[in-house]
Write a protein that binds this ligand. Structure first.
Ligand SMILES: Cc1ncc(COP(=O)(O)O)c(C=O)c1O
Length: 388
């Protein structure tokens, strides 16, 4: 038997959250200690903090090729999604009461849509195909003159399906040019480029902790001229669209993490795809019965997310057996882990019960080495053998 290298831990749950870059941590500490003023204060301490906020805004805007005033800082992906869905639908209600989303969105998108149904809106939930992809033609057919908003995620957090956002935007807007198109790019930002201007996206959500930034900070891009009803009111921060004293260290950390992820992004994405393919090849060779839930590779697949089912085995048992070997994965998304019942995403793929129960998610980052990937694959192969 080949000897495994000495490995103390393999973290393969990066879609739940990712470790903060050391440079980001250092910057945040410095900002917390030195630029502790409130950005709204008129004295020197306030203007220092304000400058940091505006520098970070420019960095993010530059990476998205948009203007600074189109970036609204939030407390994370959940708030950005809530603000976009609730804020846009409520603000534009006079133009129509029809909304479109998909069945496989993150709960921070789906639950606001359910709330809007309670408020009298009519929502169409688009079904994915068996790989988790939304067909632009089907999306276009759902559009009516009453449709004011569509929200479709870029990369699905559970199965890694990567939606054809450019084609979806064209298809939706060809039927109704005034429709506002929001994209949850929480899982793709820093890995797969998506420029709102080029892609026909009017609003786009980000979350720092998915790309090695801090937790509790995110952003919403909102195209200039599009009006939105705020969810929080108070001190008028973020042009009155998101009241609350700004998280200056978090925002600074997010901008630095974003910049670092975008350096040589293409090579990094290729590296992630390579690691993912290597892991899958090893597992498939040992256990040909494994099923890949979602696209396996190619331009429809996220480079870092792999969802696998081992029919007859429970995903949770695999997770805990791997934990014993210090390999950390998940069964579905982190937000599902404490909910009863199978994931809504896997159900939308129409998986049968054994595949639903046997699903695990592996999500990689560039901090994973080749040795770690080989180690984790070997451990998974052994765990599946032992549990079968
Ligand atoms: C696709 C997607 N959208 C939104 C969120 C929520 O982001 P946050 O954890 O910053 O609230 C997540 C987090 O798991 C996600 O994966």
């Amino acid at each position: 038997m080949t000897r495994l290298p000495q490995i103390t831990e393999v973290y393969l749950d990066n879609s739940a959250t990712s470790p903060v870059f050391p440079e980001v941590l250092r910057l945040m500490e410095k900002v917390m200690q030195e630029e502790y003023g409130n950005p709204s204060s008129l004295h020197r301490r306030g203007s220092g903090a304000h400058r940091i906020m505006e520098g970070a805004r420019q960095t993010l805007a530059g990476l998205l090729c948009v203007s600074s005033e189109e970036i609204i800082f939030t407390s994370g992906g959940t708030e950005a999604n809530n603000l976009a869905v609730l804020g846009l639908a409520r603000r534009h209600r006079r133009r129509g009461n029809h909304l479109i989303t998909s069945l496989i969105e993150h709960p921070s998108v789906l639950e606001p849509f359910q709330q809007l149904e309670n408020e009298g809106f009519h929502v169409t939930y688009l079904p994915p195909d068996e790989r988790g992809l939304i067909d632009p033609e089907t999306a276009a057919e759902a559009v009516t003159p009453e449709t004011i908003l569509a929200s479709i995620m870029h990369i699905n957090n559970e199965i890694g399906s990567l939606q054809p956002i450019h084609r979806l935007s064209r298809a939706l807007k060809s039927r109704n040019p005034r429709l506002i198109f929001h994209v949850d790019a929480v899982q793709s930002f820093g890995k797969i480029p998506l420029l709102p201007g080029e892609a026909g996206v009017d609003a786009l959500s980000l979350s720092a902790h998915k790309f090695h930034g801090p937790r509790g900070v995110g952003a919403l891009y909102l195209r200039r001229g599009i009006k939105l009803e705020p969810l929080s009111r108070g001190g008028g921060q973020e042009r009155g669209l998101r009241a609350g004293t700004e998280n200056t260290p978090g925002v600074a950390g997010m901008a630095l993490a974003a910049r670092l992820c975008h350096e040589e992004q293409q090579q990094k994405t290729e590296r992630l795809s390579f690691l993912k393919a290597r892991f899958l090849a090893a597992v498939e060779q040992a256990h040909p019965q494994v099923k890949v839930n979602g696209p396996r590779n190619g331009k429809e697949a996220a480079p870092h997310i792999l969802n696998l089912s081992f029919p007859g085995l429970k995903g949770e048992l695999i997770l805990h057996a791997l934990e014993e070997a210090h390999v950390y994965i998940s069964t579905a998304s982190a937000c599902h882990a404490h909910k009863k019942g199978p994931s809504h995403v896997l159900q939308a793929l129409k998986l049968d019960q054994p595949h639903l129960e046997g699903a695990i998610r592996i999500s990689l980052s560039l901090q994973n080495t080749l040795e770690q990937i080989d180690y984790a694959a070997a451990k998974l192969i052994r765990v599946v053998q032992e549990l079968s």
